[in-house]
Design a binder for this molecule. Structure first.
Ligand code: HEM
Length: 372
């Protein structure tokens, strides 16, 4: 986290108060109960307005892409998209798209594998499904082009500059050109084709594709390698390999202590208070989820304090992560493949690692693992 945010991260950590006003940034919340109450209170706290995600993403994605919407329109669009993320749809989709059996075989044969590259390839495969491309048409640069958009975001700067908006729009236009063709063809085998049969307009469908690409790729490329590093460093990995009942608590604990989407933003739209701090329309609220989650202690799948948080790492209330079932499917499949490769005689180990610098979502630049 320090490599990704050398200035903002120490600043956010330094504040121990559950809620406090930070000049130039906004009202900082780092307590799980206050954070949840803020997320649930859509009458006073909105994703649209000054300092909210709408300021960042509306110029890039258009006005109606879930993460910059509130109220009845937001609910209606979520309902239409709901079936696309049902476990019955995403579990087989992920199983078909990710070459996890090959990952196990390669590790067992002694190959050292950069897990960041591997998961980037998986994320690109999922993007290709979402935008209606064949996996063979997706190149390795796709992920980097997408993450170059989020690299523009800085906590202290609520908006992108005009050249950044232009660049981001060009990258997404390239991706959505495929999605548009798939939507127009109405091919039910593709996600854009399915969106058409779910009654989404072409603009709604293209906005949703852009939102999925932006929200659903870096989070996973960050989380899966960080989870594996946590499991190896803490010595838990062999226990999970021997007893798969520990896998779900370990994934939840990993999500708690890493919090891949570390911060959420809201704009105040009515006079209210967060704990003892009065807030007023136009105030910006920074919900430091990573700090609230970490305050509950170190990674420990046996204690599993994560269970008390009701998946706060995926948000809460009306904006709760729509892609959570897809994320969980990919995490489970990849972790299972790695555990299958690990044995008592040849346990999975970390060969080398390097943190990513200057990124929005704290991640490894590379995490090479092997069993040899
Ligand atoms: C470990 C992986 C992931 C984490 C930790 C994560 C976390 C989050 C969080 C915290 C929010 C709520 C933000 C807020 O309320 O301000 C959110 C929203 C969202 N996520 Fe995820 N996410 C992950 C993966 C995904 C994936 C794979 C997809 C889809 C491809 C996805 C799609 C979305 C969408 C569309 C929203 C906006 C929902 C709305 O505003 O109604 N996410 N995510």
């Amino acid at each position: 986290m320090r490599a990704a945010h050398p200035f903002a991260y120490p600043l956010l950590r330094a504040s121990k108060a559950p809620v406090r006003r930070v000049p130039g940034l906004g009202v900082l919340v780092r307590d799980a109960d206050l954070l949840r109450a803020t997320l649930m209170n859509t009458a006073s706290f909105s994703k649209t307005g000054p300092g909210a995600p709408s300021d960042l993403w509306t110029p890039v994605l258009g006005p109606a892409v879930l993460l910059n919407m509130e109220g009845a329109d937001h609910l209606a669009l979520r309902r239409k998209l709901g079936s696309l993320f049902a476990p019955s749809y995403v579990d087989p989709l992920a199983a078909e798209s990710l070459p996890t059996a090959a990952l196990t075989a390669r590790l067992r044969s002694g190959e050292a594998i950069d897990l960041v590259d591997e998961v980037k390839r998986y994320a690109s495969a999922m993007i290709s499904q979402l935008v209606g491309l064949r996996v063979s048409e997706v190149d390795d640069d796709l992920f980097d082009r997408v993450s170059s958009i989020t690299r523009f975001v800085r906590l202290a700067r609520p908006r992108l500059t005009a050249p950044q908006v232009e660049r981001a729009r060009a990258i997404l236009a390239e991706l959505t050109s495929h999605a548009r063709a798939a939507y127009r063809a109405g091919d039910e085998q593709t996600v854009p084709g399915r969106m058409r049969s779910l009654d989404l307009s072409e603009d709604e469908a293209m906005g949703a594709v852009g939102a999925f690409v932006l929200t659903g790729t870096e989070t996973l490329v960050s989380y899966i390698p960080r989870l594996v590093a946590l499991l190896v460093d803490s010595g838990w990995l062999p226990f999970l390999a021997a007893d798969r009942a520990l896998v779900e608590p370990a994934i939840a604990e990993g999500l708690r202590v890493t919090t891949p989407s570390p911060v959420m933003l809201r704009s105040v739209v009515a006079d209210d208070a967060i704990g003892p701090v009065a807030v007023h329309p136009g105030d910006r609220v920074i919900l430091a989820t990573f700090a609230a989650n970490r305050a509950l202690g170190p990674f420990d799948p046996s204690a599993n304090v994560a269970a008390t948080l009701k998946q706060l790492w995926f948000g809460a209330g009306t904006h709760f992560c729509l892609g959570a079932p897809l994320a969980m499917a990919q995490i489970r499949l990849t972790l299972d493949a790695l555990l299958d490769a690990s044995s008592t005689a040849a346990p999975l180990r970390i060969v080398s690692r390097a943190p990513a610098r200057g990124v929005l979502i704290p991640s490894y630049e590379s995490l090479v693992v092997g069993t040899a």
